[in-house]
Design a protein around this ligand. Sequence first.
Ligand SMILES: [Zn+2]
Length: 437
Amino acid sequence: MKRNTFAIIFLFACYYLTGETTHLSGNIDISLKENTLSIDLILSNYEVNKNTITFALNDIYKKPIVTLNNQPIEVNKSNEKCSGCHYYEISVQEGINSTDKIAIRTQGQFAAFNAEEYPSDYKGLIAKTSGILRASEQTVWYPVLLSDDNNQSKLFPKYLYTYDFKANCDCQNIYIGDWKVDKSVGRFHSANPLDNIMLIAGNYSSHTGKEANYINIPDEKQRKALEKSIANIKQYYHQISGKEITTKFTIASIPSGRKGWGGFLTYPTIVFTKKDVKNNMITKSLMSHEIAHYFFSHYYKPNSTLYWFYLESFAEYYSLKYSKEYIPLTFKYRFYKLKKRKKHFVRLDKVRKRKDINSVHYYRIAPLQLMLVEQQIGNSKMQELIEVVFTKIKSNENGYLAFISSLQEIGVEQKKIKFIENEIFKKFNLPLYKTLK
Ligand SMILES: [Zn+2]
């Protein structure tokens, strides 16, 4: 598909999903001397049919002060559990019109530690490590409005915003959303609705490359090697999917003290939390997973009971394909101790809720199942399947049935579908996994 058509479809998909987009604007103040984050943000263009709205905020923040059109209104902290965050409720008698403005103001103190110190660091933490503040979308560092769907985790689907922030910091650089790094004060805005807004601030080096931009990777040789790997991964994904990745990623090195944790993606920012971002097999393997989220997070929107399968297993499936071709040693490593994973095996046909599927299954077992499906139907049918199934799951809540009916729709023979169901999805089939090696 041509680059422009792709971009238009992507934009259209965003607007299609949101209709009218809620706008988030206002001030963000960061102090790396005091380790504080203050927000004074306004929600506008938000239409509700009900009188109560709920939003989540990270638990470092004090109870926020909220006004509606400059009039103070009551805000109540909900007793409901939110991981690392709190839910707040505001009630308005007549509902809210798109011209109304809800202002939310609060301040909090974030965790600050050296890279060696904190073994349980994770993506959902607002943290200053190695002198750099980092807050992913998962931390809820800005107010996130909640979905009404009680069946699902409350923070899904993530809320899409257009935004316009004025930010300042007692440090040299601020980065919000995408490539805006060389300022200690400035305006950060996006007219595209985004559900992932990354914040990074600190005194770090920043460089622009062809394939990506780089935060805190001062070594030119290292950046050149990363450029090569990213180009190679993008080219490979283009070859297997027929779709060009037009995104320029940002690669940030923010070392954390948690061993075995490679990093995370807050699209289009890939954060590496290892001590050093060497262009080795581990880095390539991590990047191939994160870059695959260009498809399975942004281009195709995961949904349904098998949310984690469609989000993570498909990204890891692409990454496995890349590994097999370019870094075969890491691919082989996937089979090491695989037998022990049997206890985490989940029957996807029995999953009724998102949380019924565990991370070992969706990161380690299901990607191999997808490789096996490909072994049965071939790469080109697999790409067809992806197109069909991701359209289907927008409205089909049962992700397993959507998968099977998509196989039928693209013309896979009944006998093969039976094999896929019985031998791949209904049992932990170790001998079959080994045929992939
Ligand atoms: Zn992932």
